[in-house]
Design a protein around this ligand. Structure first.
Ligand code: NAD
Length: 493
């Protein structure tokens, strides 16, 4: 059985255990067994991390020495490259990634995203000329200067931990902020490696800190409520996101939120390869545990029976080709935890109670191992008002909803509290783009266009969050703009 190295905290340049020596078990989603130990940060540890990040921001040249920052972030990236096999092991063993998923969102896309950040960083406009304007009998020259926002608390989930950790840490560091990373209790190792490699890269003490613990809320709430932290960058559930806004209000915290989703894929009646479009909507990659997955499939009522038959065949063909940790071709493993497995199963039971028809799957599969395996599941005869169509299940459960015409498809797609992503497919590109523009969501894939990458912004509308991560916009999130103005005729320094 795999044993992961102990996950250590990283505080003020020191890799260390918790101040009281406490640890907690890291559980394998594949077996349900403990596969490692992680330090269980105390309130004192979190306090020390915040103090270190504050000091590094206020008393060193980190915020102003861009050249030094870029050189260190490049070195950090090289160390992550060398650690690629270990990152894969962590994704598999902690997050439950199947081997075939590692080179995609878990590690491959994550490191590519880092490179994209480095590339777009060059385009950041540190100084902007706002021209001259007369006022009070003089003409005034105005410029805007971009400055790092300060100390960042980065709170991240377990589903694609490397990807989300990079999305926050690399952007914050490039912008000139100092960071306290707080990964989810399920994936401390994928946080700890940011401390280990930061030490190896030689970052100044306090610039990067990593704290985690068995209690999901303790460290996060301390970051959210502490006046020494300037910005919280959070990815996780909408419920916790709302709590962060509430709790952050007392110190007027800047909050950046990437939250849940219930994105719709709309297949139009003229989609050139209808069978492929419908079949590939099967929600199996990483057991459906992705915030931007298209978990509502919208098909024309006139072709609904045809779509059902296609999906029946697709799920049948997929069969039992999932859930084997040894199989390099598998893209679906277990869900993260017993709690998540029970939650997903309760939604499957709910769907049946609500009157939807189970077309495929629906069972927990203990025969796959001692871990948390839920079958690829598909519900048809779903109406958009059912809870299985409205609530984020975060598991391998697809719901298929019929629509009458384009108007109806847009209405159904928008009839959701969420607005993170989605897709539309048609033989007529203009028709597809027109629909994509009308769906209130942060990204839309048109004819399977890749709408998520490290050099373009990503984020949500409505209950899916606020602000943007990735791309130049993702780096700018960690900055503020200061305006300077002086009467013309006086030379600038
Ligand atoms: P979660 O909200 O339970 O936890 C996310 C993080 O917040 C964890 O680190 C957790 O320990 C911490 N946390 C929990 N309670 C807290 C509190 N009161 N104060 C501060 N921090 C707290 O989410 P999860 O179960 O880890 O992840 C799944 C959710 O994340 C899904 O809803 C999914 O849609 C969402 N997600 C969104 C995106 C995106 O980019 N929009 C990406 C990945 C995951």
């Amino acid at each position: 059985m795999t044993t992961l190295p102990d996950a250590q905290l990283y505080i003020d340049g020191q890799l260390r255990g918790a101040s009281d020596g406490g640890t907690f078990d890291v559980i394998s989603p594949w077996t349900g067994a403990a596969i490692g130990k992680a330090a269980d940060a105390t309130a004192d540890d979190v306090n020390a991390a915040i103090a270190a990040a504050r000091r590094a921001f206020d008393q060193t040249d980190w915020a102003t020495n861009t050249e030094k920052r870029v050189a260190l972030v490049k070195k950090y990236r090289e160390l992550f490259e060398a650690a690629r096999p270990r990152l894969g092991e962590l994704a598999i063993n902690e997050a439950g990634a199947a081997q075939g998923a590692v080179s995609r969102a878990h590690v491959g896309m994550a490191l590519d995203g880092w490179d994209d950040y480095m590339a777009v960083f060059d385009k950041l406009e540190w100084e902007k000329d706002y021209g001259e304007k007369p006022a009070f009998g003089m003409v005034h020259k105005r410029i805007g200067v971009r400055e790092p926002v300060g100390v960042v608390g980065a709170i991240t989930p377990w589903n694609v931990p490397l990807y989300v950790n990079i999305g926050k840490i690399v952007a914050a560091l490039l912008a000139g902020c100092t960071v306290i990373l707080k990964p989810a209790p399920d994936t401390p190792g994928m946080g700890a490696i940011f401390g280990e490699l930061a030490k190896e890269a030689g970052f100044p003490d306090g610039v990067i800190n990593v704290v985690f613990g068995a209690d999901p809320a303790l460290a996060g709430e301390m970051l959210v409520t502490d006046p020494r932290v300037d910005l919280i960058s959070f990815t996780g559930s909408t419920g916790v996101g709302k709590r962060i806004m509430e709790q952050g209000a007392a110190t007027l915290k800047r909050v950046f939120l990437e939250l849940g989703g219930k994105s719709a894929k709309i297949v139009l009646d003229d989609a050139p390869n209808f069978a492929m479009e419908v079949g590939m909507a099967m929600l199996v990659f990483h057991a459906g545990q992705g915030c931007a997955v298209q978990s509502r499939l919208l098909v024309p009522r006139s072709r609904y029976e045809e779509a059902k038959a296609i999906l029946k065949g697709a799920y049948g063909n997929f069969g039992d080709n999932w859930g084997d940790i040894e199989n390099p071709a598998h893209i679906m493993g277990p869900v993260i935890s017993k709690r998540q497995m029970e939650r997903v199963k309760s939604y499957i039971d709910l769907g049946q109670q609500e009157g939807a028809t189970l077309l495929a799957g629906g069972n927990i599969r203990p025969d796959k191992g001692g871990g948390y395996f839920v079958e690829p599941t598909c519900f048809v005869d779903v109406t958009n008002d059912m809870r299985i169509a409205q609530e984020e299940i975060f598991g391998p459960v697809l719901v298929v909803i019929p629509y009458e015409d384009d108007e109806d498809a847009v209405r159904i797609a928008n009839q959701s509290s969420y607005g993170l992503s989605g897709g539309v497919s048609s033989g007529d590109l203009d028709r597809a783009i027109n629909i994509a523009k009308r769906v209130r969501t942060g990204s839309m894939s048109v004819n399977n266009g890749m709408c998520i990458a490290g050099d373009i912004p990503f984020g949500g509308y409505k209950a899916s969050g606020m602000g943007r991560e990735w791309g130049l916009e993702g780096i700018e999130e960690f900055t503020d703009v200061k305006i300077l103005a002086w009467p013309v005729g006086q030379a600038a320094a």
